[in-house]
Design a protein around this ligand. Sequence first.
Ligand SMILES: Nc1ncnc2c1ncn2[C@@H]1O[C@H](COP(=O)(O)OP(=O)(O)OP(=O)(O)O)[C@@H](O)[C@H]1O
Length: 297
Amino acid sequence: MKLIIQNLSKTYKNGVKAIDNLSLEIGTGMFGLLGPNGAGKSSLMRTIATLQSPDSGTITFGDINVLDDKMALRRVLGYLPQSFGVYPKMSAEELLDYFATLKGVSSKADRVKLVKEVLEITNLYEVRKKNVAGYSGGMKQRFGIAQLLLNNPKLIIVDEPTAGLDPAERHRFLNVLREVGTNCTVIFSTHIVEDVKELCNEMVIVNGGRILKKTTPTSCTEEVKGQIWTKVIERDELEAMEAKYNVLSSNYNQDNTLNIRVHAIEKPAEDFIEAAPQLDDVYFIALKEDEANLVSE
Ligand SMILES: Nc1ncnc2c1ncn2[C@@H]1O[C@H](COP(=O)(O)OP(=O)(O)OP(=O)(O)O)[C@@H](O)[C@H]1O
């Protein structure tokens, strides 16, 4: 089913325009919303999840008019907010059983079957008797997926789920999400470029409540092929380089020198080396172009 967002806007009471006339179509599969902190990702997701209202615009999911019929959307929605709050001292199994009851699964036998199923999908079956409050960050996030799977959602929204996870936990989490996302629409927000690269078949780069670019993680690097250049510099040269070139990123080498990546249509100078474009480069180019446009406006 397709999620269609048209001309969505939201300005908070403090004057911050969090969503700025945003239009977007999202089909089945893993969709990534990539943007820095404050880009408006959570505002957009909360609006789609019917937790807050926009000032204007429309959202439809299949034949559901999301803003008019919130309950219809909630029935097919699985939502994992950025922070899930405090967990009571209950085991995962007990807590999921309780959530399933709240979601209207009244037969005990059905609940047992369902809870076992979602525990297995999220690789938590072995630790089902442990208190969720004592779970690691990654286990808590997988528990978050387990709870949202209870009503067999068609639309899954996960807001920055990998923030704060260690690499092993992050991988386990992404694998679980990849598995549950095969048959439905999953919207995944993150400021971590790697997340989108590993997981999503389509993506947008967002900032200032606007979409800067809609693309795919694999095709977008093609567009800047031959335009990414690297050079090793001393630390104190960075400022001068930034003044002269469009420096996208700089990373320390072990000997304390810096490796800079520059965007330029042609080789910026003799001592630059062409590099294979990465998604990070595309992300930084989009953000920098946006910044430059705002300044010139
Ligand atoms: N309830 C609110 N009232 C006022 N301003 C808000 C509110 N919620 C968010 N904002 C502001 O709106 C902008 C977008 O915030 P939002 O949380 O949607 O961004 P985000 O991309 O999810 O960032 P983060 O990763 O930091 O949550 C920010 O400038 C934020 O400070």
